[in-house]
Every structure is written in structure tokens, then in C-alpha cells.
Ligand binder design. Structure first.
Ligand SMILES: Cc1ncc(C[n+]2csc(CCOP(=O)(O)OP(=O)(O)O)c2C)c(N)n1
Length: 662
């Protein structure tokens, strides 16, 4: 850090405090308390430790900074402004306004320097574990001396994060994995919305994190030297992650509100804001003041950071020259390279008919060598999910070069850690569990969609037809729940060709997550009219058979495509001819031009849908005179065949129900 007299340092810290308080006051909405309390630790971290380049916000060698308590967003925005990122005073003044780049909670992609979307508490800590895991994994693949070898991942977290289950899952995982480059600074202010944490949160966080295998330190939040030394000690111990408990005062400087929940989530108010400024020796006007000497100080900070980057760049260049093969691998990761003809390659040699999870397994083995950045993960269900890279080895602890991440039974953290990998952009994670346990990880699925992340979610055991495990394990409403999330593509393939399309589409899709929903049970082959048309399959919905004289259409997905086909055969023997439409991805299909949709489902044809699930979304295609054959109750523990009888999902019963409708 450039040398600065104490009063200038205090002024610089107060600048952060007051930018945040002014921003919240101007918006008359937001959270001033956390930025005001955490300004010191932020200042020490950003000026003395954090490696960054405001001109190249995604510089590979930067340290990552994640503000897990996204409600304190004005802290991040103020820092980005002062550090010279593309975040102007006008951006700060437009905090929380429509289409501003400074939304209420940080959103990935809105403002350079925002590493991830945070706000739902706990997620950021788990994302940070994902960033740190990615660093360790890529570093292991590239060998020592590589450009990703030595950056750190810093996260600010608060009491709310500490209370959330996902944070515990992630911390347990990070401790087990010995992610030594993960450093969390805990804004330990003892206040949440409803009051002091003593009313709800009395555990010993230090001992808890020590039990997870973390280094834990405690330091006073105004003690710059102490914070600096604690960060240095955290950096020096690469054998385990670090938690630094920084004892702070929420709303520091506000005469009436400091140390109270009143500082947490509302503007200070004109009177209290003015009193705060007087108490801190700060001019009451103008608002959004950045004193010249504070600006000059940050100019000096930037020069130091630029010099650090220069050193890194020279080293990176020398490494590239000396390691051309490894450099190619690095580029494949940076681009998350996927062969453009991946689908064609997969279709050229399809696996045999089986359950779609097993077909998926065979496909993954073909994909893995072609897509080095693909990383498989499962929450203790690799055996069942079948998305592992055979012979690819496990990740960590300590040796991170493997292609399979064993997450243990931690679905929620798995999703959030996978998102951390996606935010950082060095891996394409494909993480798996049973479809039923989507409920245990829905927040990161939603955030992946909101943040347009290329996270792949693999869900097997996709219907009641998983059988004997019974209703606790049988998804009924989960397809609807997934499809209700805007921006995700949900694939439920019916056979090897469709499974190949699903995997290829998910890997080639850059601007959002995909879910791959796969069966436990073996499926009968789908008989297509004519040759396989990959372009048609890619569109998310296509006619499987389109007999002349069809008077109705049956739409189906996954395991119900061969079922509907068998039912249609029975009906055609009675002279009732229908076309069969497979819609492995409803979102894709609905986004196609009307001409394609009309070609697949010609207007005038009556439409029925068959899906062994809640099925609400199919009414969109079926309309008023249509029919949805779904399941609108919980399942039963029984063999698959008995369940097919019970729910009317045998060829004869489907045919009978369609006939009645016709
Ligand atoms: C998952 C989740 N639940 C609830 C909230 C609403 N919420 C926002 S901040 C907060 C309290 C957080 O307390 P703390 O982390 O101590 O922040 P501070 O009071 O220090 O600003 C709550 C409950 C949320 N953002 N995310």
C-alpha cells in the first residue's frame, strides 16, 4: 500500500462509508450499515492485498473478491468506483434505479468487477468455495508455475451467511478439500434484521470452523494492522481455508443507529446522515464526495496494482513460451472449448439403447476427452447418476487434477460451488443428483439461470418409474418446478439420439444453464419415420412419426415417447391415426419460429400430452380441447410395472384414455 498518514487513511475509509450511506439515502432504500462497519476491512484488503486490474476486470491473475452479503452492495460499488473500475459516480447515484448498473444486490454481468450475483445469503460463500476449487483444479492440471497458480479467493460474509445451511455445507467441503486459497472475512457485527444475533445464534463459530478444518483468527474491525496481519497469516497457510472473524460495528459512525438493527436495512434518514457526517468530521455536502487526496491515494494504489500485474504478465508469457502444450490446455479452459461438431460426432456412433442415464454415461466418456473443461460432480450418487468420467480420477483433497468431484451429500452446496466454477469461467461443471433432490438445491439452479451461467444440472431417476424407493424419492412436480425457472433449458430425452442432443446442446449453450433429466429405467427404442434429422432434434421438438391422415397429435417426453408410440400403434389398429411429437426441451421448442412450431404441431390438430409428471406446462400446447395425461398425486412404493398400471401409463391404458378423449 502506498504510504499514507493516519488521517488520510481514516478519510479514505470514511469515503467508502459515506459513498455507501449517500447512495442508500439517495435511493431511500438499501443497506448502509454493513458497508459502514466493514469499510475498514475492505480498505485493508483492497489496498494492501487484493490483486486487481480495473482496466481488465476479468484478468486471469486477479484475486477474486466476493461479497456474499449482497445486501451490502454499496460497499462493493464504492470500492469499484474508488479503485478505478468502470463504475462512475453517476452509477452510484443511480443505485437501485431501473436499468442502472448498480442494482440492489450485485448482479453478475451488470458491472465490471462484480464476480457473482449475491443476495440470497450463504450462496456467496459457497460460490467462493467454487472459485477456490476451480483455481486448485486448473492449477493441478497446468502444473507448477502456471498463471493460475497463485491467486486468492476472498469472500466477505456476515452473520446471515454463517447461519445458512449452504454455508455450512460449503465450509465443510472446503475444509475437507483443504482449499488453502479461500479466505473468508466474517463481518462479525452481531446484528441481523430482527435484532442481536444473541436471540438466535449462540454457537461458537470459531470452534465450528476449526472443526471443519479451517484456520480461524479474530481481530478488531478498526485495527488495520491486525486485519492486515490476519490476512497475511491466512495467505501464509495454504494447507486449509481461513476464516477471519472481524469484530465490527454495524453502521459505524451513525450516532443513534450504530450497533443497532436500525442501521441494517434502511436509509439512515436525513437527520441521522447529517449527524453521522458531523461525528466523522465529514462535510455534510456535497453528497458522494471523494476528496482529492483520497483520489490521489487510490491513483497510487492503482499504480502498485499495475506493477503487480506487469510482473504476473511477464511470468505468464514466459510460462506460455516454455509450456506450449499446457498453454493450449489453458486456452481450452479459458474458452471452455467445445467442438462445434460435437453433436455430429456423438451421433456418428451412438450408444446402445438403455436407460437414458446409462446412455448418458457412455456419451460422457466420448465427450470428456473432447471437452477438457467439463468437470463431473455428484452429491454421493455417481453410482446412480452415471455422469462420472471413467478413469478420470477424483478431485482432492490436496490433489486436484481429477475430473470427478465427490461432493458428499451436499446438494445445495454442490449447486452453488458449481456456479462458482461457472462464474469464474474456467470449467463447465455438470453436477448430479436424483431429480427429487432438486428441492435441496433449487436456489443455485435459479441463480444459474438469473446469472446466465453455463452450469449443467444432471438429474436422474426422473419419474415415479424409479419404482420401489417410493414417493419420497419419486419426482412428480419437479419438471414443472424446473421449467418454471426463466432461462433454463430442461432436456428430458427419450433415447440415445435425443440424449446426445441434450448433452451437446447443454455444452454448446453459453448463456444459461441446462438440466438433463434422465431415467433410471431402461427404455424401449423410439421408431422414427425416416432418417434421424439432427437439426430437427436441436429445435427441442420434432415429429417422430407423421402418418398421412393424422387427426390428432400426441406430445411426449423421455420415457413416455416410446410409451405414446406403443399407444398410438394400438389406436391406429382401430383406425384412429395420430402423429407423435417428441419435445425433449419445451423451452427450446417454444423459442422456435412459428413456422417450425406449426410444422411440428399443425394448427387444427387436436393435441394431447403424455408425461409422467405434474404436466401443468403442457396445457400451453394442448389448449382447451386438448388432454394432458400426467400425474397429479404423489407416487407409491412399488415395482415399475405396478406403478405403470396404477397411473395409467401402459400402452393399453394410454390408448384407452386417448380414445375416450378423441
Ligand atoms: C437466504 C436469505 N434469507 C433471508 C434474506 C434476507 N436478509 C437480508 S440481510 C439479512 C440479515 C443478514 O444479517 P447479517 O449477515 O448480519 O448482515 P448485517 O446485518 O451485518 O448487514 C436477511 C435475513 C436473504 N437475503 N437471503
Amino acid at each position: 500500500m502506498p504510504s499514507a498518514p493516519r488521517d488520510l487513511v481514516e478519510k479514505a475509509v470514511n469515503t467508502i462509508r459515506m459513498l455507501a450511506a449517500d447512495g442508500v439515502q439517495q435511493a431511500n432504500s438499501g443497506h448502509p450499515g454493513m458497508p459502514m462497519g466493514a469499510a475498514d476491512m475492505a480498505f485493508v484488503l483492497w489496498t494492501r492485498h487484493l490483486r486487481f486490474d480495473p482496466k481488465e476486470p476479468r484478468w486471469l491473475g486477479r484475486d477474486r473478491f466476493i461479497l456474499s452479503g449482497g445486501h451490502g452492495s454499496m460497499l462493493l460499488y464504492s470500492l469499484l468506483h474508488l479503485a478505478g473500475f468502470d463504475c462512475t459516480l453517476d452509477d452510484l447515484k443511480r443505485f437501485r434505479q431501473l436499468h442502472s448498473r448498480t442494482p440492489g444486490h450485485p448482479e453478475f454481468g451488470h458491472l465490471p468487477g462484480v464476480e457473482c450475483t449475491t443476495g440470497p445469503l450463504g450462496q456467496g460463500v459457497a460460490n467462493a468455495a467454487g472459485f477456490a476449487l476451480g483455481q486448485a483444479m486448473l492449477s493441478a492440471r497446468l502444473g507448477s508455475g502456471s498463471p493460475v497458480e497463485d491467486h486468492f479467493v476472498y469472500a466477505f460474509c456476515g452473520d446471515g451467511d454463517m447461519m445458512e445451511g449452504v454455508c455450512s455445507e460449503a465450509a465443510s467441503f472446503a475444509g475437507h478439500q483443504k482449499l488453502g486459497r479461500l479466505i473468508c472475512l466474517y463481518d462479525d457485527n452481531g446484528i441481523t434484521i430482527d435484532g442481536k444475533t444473541s436471540i438466535t445464534f449462540t454457537e461458537d463459530v470459531t470452534r465450528r470452523f476449526e472443526a471443519y478444518g479451517w484456520q480461524v483468527q479474530a481481530v478488531d474491525g478498526r485495527d488495520h494492522q491486525g486485519i492486515d496481519q490476519a490476512i497475511a497469516a491466512a495467505r501464509a497457510d495454504l494447507s486449509r481455508p481461513s476464516l477471519i472473524r472481524v469484530k465490527t460495528v454495524i453502521g459505524y459512525g451513525a450516532p443513534k443507529k450504530a450497533g443497532t438493527p436500525g442501521a441494517h436495512g434502511a436509509a439512515l434518514g436525513e437527520e441521522e446522515l447529517a449527524a453521522t457526517k458531523r461525528a466523522l468530521g465529514w462535510p455534510e455536502s456535497p453528497r458522494f464526495l471523494v476528496p482529492d487526496d483520497v483520489r490521489a491515494f487510490w491513483d497510487e494504489v492503482r499504480k502498485e496494482k499495475a506493477a503487480q500485474k506487469q510482473v504476473w504478465s511477464e511470468r505468464a508469457l514466459a510460462w506460455r513460451r516454455a509450456n506450449p502444450e499446457k498453454a493450449k490446455l489453458l486456452d481450452a479452459h479459458l474458452e471452455r472449448a467445445v467442438p462445434a461438431d460435437l453433436l455430429e460426432r456423438l451421433l456418428a456412433e451412438l450408444p446402445a439403447h438403455d436407460s437414458t442415464r446409462k446412455v448418458g454415461h457412455a456419451l460422457v466418456q466420448k465427450i470428456a476427452p473432447l471437452v477438457p473443461s467439463l468437470e463431473a460432480g455428484s452429491a454421493d450418487l455417481f453410482e446412480s447418476n452415471n455422469n462420472d468420467v471413467k478413469g478420470g480420477g477424483a478431485v482432492g483433497p490436496g490433489a486436484y487434477g481429477g475430473r470427478n468431484i465427490f461432493f458428499g451429500v451436499r446438494e445445495h452446496a454442490m449447486g452453488a460451488i458449481a456456479n462458482g466454477l461457472s462464474y469464474d469461467g474456467l470449467f463447465i461443471p455438470a453436477v448430479a443428483t436424483f431429480l427429487q433432490f432438486l428441492d435441496y438445491m433449487r436456489p443455485p439452479v435459479r441463480l444459474a439461470a438469473l446469472s446466465k451461467l453455463q452450469t449443467l444440472f444432471v438429474y436422474t431417476h426422473d419419474s415415479v418409474f424409479l419404482g420401489e424407493d417410493g414417493p419420497t424419492h419419486q419426482p412428480v412436480e419437479h419438471l414443472t418446478a424446473l421449467r418454471a425457472i426463466p432461462g433454463i433449458e430442461v432436456w428430458r430425452p427419450a433415447d440415445p439420439a435425443e440424449t446426445a442432443v441434450a448433452w451437446a446442446s447443454a455444452l454448446l449453450r453459453r448463456d444459461g444453464p441446462s438440466a438433463l433429466v434422465l431415467t433410471r429405467q431402461k427404455l424401449a427404442p423410439v421408431k422414427r419415420d425416416g432418417a434421424l434429422d439432427p437439426q430437427a432434434l436441436r429445435r427441442g421438438g420434432y415429429p417422430v412419426s407423421a402418418p398421412a391422415g393424422a387427426t390428432f397429435a400426441v406430445v411426449a417426453t423421455g420415457s413416455e415417447v416410446p410409451l405414446a408410440q406403443a399407444a398410438l400403434e394400438l389406436l391406429s389398429q382401430k383406425g384412429k391415426v395420430g402423429r407423435l411429437v417428441s419435445v425433449p426441451c419445451l423451452e427450446r421448442f417454444l423459442s422456435q419460429p412459428a413456422a417450425w412450431r406449426d410444422e411440428v404441431l399443425p394448427p387444427g390438430l387436436k393435441v394431447a400430452a403424455v408425461e409422467a409428471a405434474r404436466g401443468i406446462e403442457w396445457w400451453r400446447l394442448c389448449g382447451r380441447d386438448g388432454l394432458v395425461l400426467g400425474i397429479d398425486r404423489f407416487g407409491e412404493s412399488a415395482p415399475e410395472k405396478a406403478l405403470a398400471e396404477l397411473f395409467g401409463f401402459t400402452p393399453a391404458k394410454v390408448a384407452e384414455r386417448l380414445e375416450r378423449w378423441l
